[in-house]
Design a binder for this molecule. Sequence first.
Ligand code: AMP
Ligand code: MG
Length: 402
Amino acid sequence: MRPFASTISLEEARRRLDAAVRPIARVERVRLDEAAGRIAAADVVSPIDVPPFARSAMDGYAVVAADTRGASRDAPARLRLLDRIYTGRLSTETVVAGACAEIATGAPLPAGADAVVMVEESGRPNDREVEIFAEAHAGQNVGRRGGDIAAGDRVIDGGDLLTASRVGALAAVGCADASVFAKPRVAILSTGNEVIEPGEPLPPGHIYDVNRFTLAAIATAHGGAPESRRAAEDTVPALVAALDACAAADLIVFSGGSSVGERDLVVDAIAARGEMIFHGIAVRPGKPTAFAMVGGTPFFGMPGNPTSCLSNAYILLVPFLRALARLPPHAPRTVRVRLGRRIASAVNRHQFYTVALKDGVAQPAFKGSGDITSLSRADGYIEIPADQSVVEEGAIVTVTLF
Ligand code: AMP
Ligand code: MG
């Protein structure tokens, strides 16, 4: 057994991770249908006016506003009906003084007209004439050409997160695809002779691989493209070969083999191929977490225990991956509630303690670092700083929700 030389604080670990992250530079084009949630790699300038033509904002009558001066229900303006204009068709008529055209919402305003009177303010005494019951002013109910976006306007800034509405802006100016930053390729690999792929028979002394799936789920949810590998054996050559196989990734995440048991060989594999940035953090769970650079590629060595692994994935991997992917920082929701039972915490370790919310009270849910149900049965966690050893029953705590 080789003990930890020392652990670093959570704050120091975060500082070193922040210093190591290089936001992805690779760019790709994606179809607009796949652009939501991606980060724009360049400004987008509109080649067209939106709307591309002056259009009616109402179902009603396109008129010359001056013709409606003084119009009321008692003294309607009477106009000659020239045309019926539906969407997608230009009228060949010109609306001259004393005339009007029926027009649908979204249809092009005919030449000569400068206002639309909504249908509710009109009457139809006969087939050829229209009565207008209210005065219209020029521009009324007319969507001006380029009023939304003018040709040459910037609709997207490089670095923008493409939300549903920004994808909509791209569609409005006719873009069929978008230039976005590539999703970081995240190579995910479990280590351990005992680790078996779910779906396969479970020989005695073996367990199913949990971490590969929790880590892939995290990677997908936070802008990464996970690439899962089969679990590697606990030998230095096997781990070095596994590292080499991940050379094309933007981020490598191993789990297991990162603590101080004699079979915990990730440290040796890193010594052979890269530079350790830290190994051992004063957090609980998740102390045996390593971070290294392997030939320019960042490497996380997560603990094998599923709860430790996932807890540190939330706390350390998510911020790192989001920065790598150029996503805005994750802002998990928090709630302030009463604690249902006293919690004793390890001194000198920043503890993440999972809780389940029941009837507005936070009930401790942490079983052990090895138990996935410590997380899967929890709604979130509370943090207990390194210098605090106990949180009393009834205390108001801040729960960060998953
Ligand atoms: P290690 O960090 O390799 O010493 O593993 C600590 C504990 O986590 C051991 O009980 C392992 O069997 C278990 N473990 C390691 N990797 C995984 C995994 N991928 N899925 C589930 N449990 C694991
Ligand atoms: Mg192991």
